[in-house]
Design a protein around this ligand. Structure first.
Ligand code: SAH
Ligand code: SF4
Ligand code: F3S
Length: 492
């Protein structure tokens, strides 16, 4: 990593038009070098706090930033009042996500007045938006530092500059992006780990801001991904979740080999880690080889998150999802056939501009046909700079809310019915900890990511156990422990 001191770089504002460009340049894999010795002492005796909003990608980026800050000597705190550095790792996906961040920033103003040496930083997807940076410059002058999703590795330099500068330090790169290896990470959990397999998105669904905030699709080299997973297995991790905005596009950017997501999963399958998940899967790039590999089971769990967004082919076309209802259902059919007892979950947007009652009914009917075990459902939120934000929208908010309610009711009914079918069955549970509400009760998840509550000794935390389901509910399966031995998870 270059370490030249070029202070003109500390005011680089985002540019959405630039961020949208996709060129032909090859993807560069860069190595993060150790933090320079003079920076390893910067944070000694000081504390940091990171507030994370948004998706798993952001959660994992926060783990990287925590890793970097700890290499600079900082210690973590969960008390806002104790922190010397506070970073808000933000999400731009919907307006309410952004409102939460502005609310949080407003609340931190008093603390900054009390503690002028506090460094307050804004990073993540919102930083990549011009309108957000302008709003911070205008109304949130107590922010010290803004950086984006492409230059997390520059945190030591940016932080050092913010500590000594009276001006707000802004460094946001609106570029397509590189792959940076060897970044430090402080994983928040010793059981389950996120592993990036690719970055960015080239799908440009018309409602979505992510391709502008995260750059182009670029894959990590398989040897780097596989090595990271082997290391996690050696450290005793029980589960990895492979991350990408569109994991099914993995490897499309390799110029020197034909190696795609199905190939990667087939290799991950051979690693001795009990559970492997992945998110998120775009139906368009889901090929037959991947279906076949997932059918082999073993540590590849039988849960697939397959966002559909809408059940209407017309709406899907306006969303530029590049598949229609029939193709989606065909893929679901293949998965149900190839992966025994597969659990499917999804994301759905209601109230896309101009969505008619009939088109919404098609979403309801698709939900009933697929029988999702659960779903994330959203009311469409216009994002500045995206094509859908310019589409005419005559659907009143009241109607959108009603549709969301009807959709959630239908989904909950299916969830309960599917969970009810597990009554009396014994399931494998990875025990995560005590339940949030009752310390007497342990909480864990099935291979299909369902939450299970049961009574048992705290020694079981971190282990695989067998639980008999006795009282299934919509969101939780309540059961009793049947076997205290760590189960032998089949690994191919
Ligand atoms: N890459 C993932 C999605 C990441 S965003 C995929 O393509 O599946 C997570 C979810 O947020 C999306 O699936 C979509 O349902 C929702 N979403 C994205 N943009 C939105 C918007 N402008 N309004 C409402 N929901 C949105
Ligand atoms: Fe957004 Fe579509 Fe990319 Fe998912 S695939 S991140 S919804 S543009
Ligand atoms: Fe949000 Fe960025 Fe993730 S917009 S959903 S944090 S990729």
């Amino acid at each position: 990593m270059s370490q030249e001191k070029d202070y003109s770089r500390y005011f680089t504002a985002p540019d959405l038009k630039q961020a949208k460009k996709r060129g032909k340049e090859s993807i560069q894999v860069l190595q993060f070098n150790e933090i320079p010795p003079e920076m390893q002492q910067v944070g000694v005796g000081q504390k940091y706090m990171i507030q994370t909003y948004g998706c798993q990608m952001n959660e994992h980026d926060s783990e990287t930033m925590a890793g970097i800050l700890e290499q600079m000597g900082y210690e973590e705190t969960t008390e806002t009042s104790e922190a010397d550095v506070i970073l808000l790792n933000t999400c731009a996906i919907r307006e309410n996500a952004e409102d939460k961040v502005f609310g949080g920033l407003g609340r931190l103003k008093a603390l900054k007045l009390e503690k002028p040496n506090l460094v307050l930083g804004v990073c993540g997807c919102m930083s990549q938006e011009e309108s957000v940076v302008n709003r911070i410059l205008k109304s949130y002058q107590h922010v010290d530092m803004i950086f984006g999703t492409h230059n997390i590795h520059r945190l030591p330099h940016l932080l050092q500059n913010a500590l000594y500068s009276k001006e707000m330090v802004i460094e946001v790169w609106s570029k397509e992006g590189d792959v940076i290896e060897n970044l430090p990470k402080k994983r928040s959990d010793g059981l389950r780990a996120w592993v990036n397999i690719m970055y960015g998105c080239d799908k440009f669904c018309t409602y979505c801001i992510v391709p502008y905030t995260r750059g182009k699709e670029r894959s990590r080299r398989p040897e780097d991904v596989l090595q990271e997973i082997r290391d996690l297995a050696r450290l005793g991790y029980k589960e990895v979740t492979l991350l990408g905005q569109n994991v099914n596009a993995y490897g499309k950017d390799f110029e020197d080999m034909e190696y795609r997501f199905g190939d990667l999963m087939d290799d991950v399958r051979k690693i001795g880690i009990p559970r492997v998940r992945f998110t998120t899967s775009h139906p368009r790039d889901f090929d037959d080889h991947l279906v076949e590999v997932l059918g082999k089971g073993g540590n590849l769990v039988e849960h697939i998150h397959l966002p559909v967004q809408s059940g209407s082919s017309e709406v899907l076309k306006l969303m530029a999802r590049k598949y229609d209802r029939e193709r989606y259902l065909e893929l679901v059919g293949k998965l149900k056939k190839a992966v025994p007892n597969v659990v499917l979950t999804t994301d759905i947007i209601v109230g896309f501009p101009g969505e008619t009652d009939e088109q919404f009914e098609e979403t309801l009917s698709l939900v009933k046909e697929v029988e999702y075990d659960s779903a994330f459902t959203f009311i469409y939120s216009p994002r500045e700079g995206t094509p859908a934000a310019k589409m005419q929208d005559d659907v009143p908010m009241e109607v959108k809310k009603e549709r969301l309610q009807r959709l959630n009711d239908a989904l909950n009914e299916i969830s309960l019915r599917k969970n009810e079918a597990l009554r009396g069955q014994v399931v494998e549970v990875l025990v995560e900890g005590e339940s949030k509400k009752n310390a007497e009760v342990l909480s864990g998840r099935t291979r299909t990511n369902k939450l299970v509550h049961f009574r048992g000794s705290k020694d079981l935390i971190g282990k695989m156990v067998q639980v008999k389901i006795e009282a299934p509910q919509t969101w939780i399966l309540k059961g009793v422990l049947v076997d205290e031995e760590q189960s032998a998870t089949p690994v191919a």
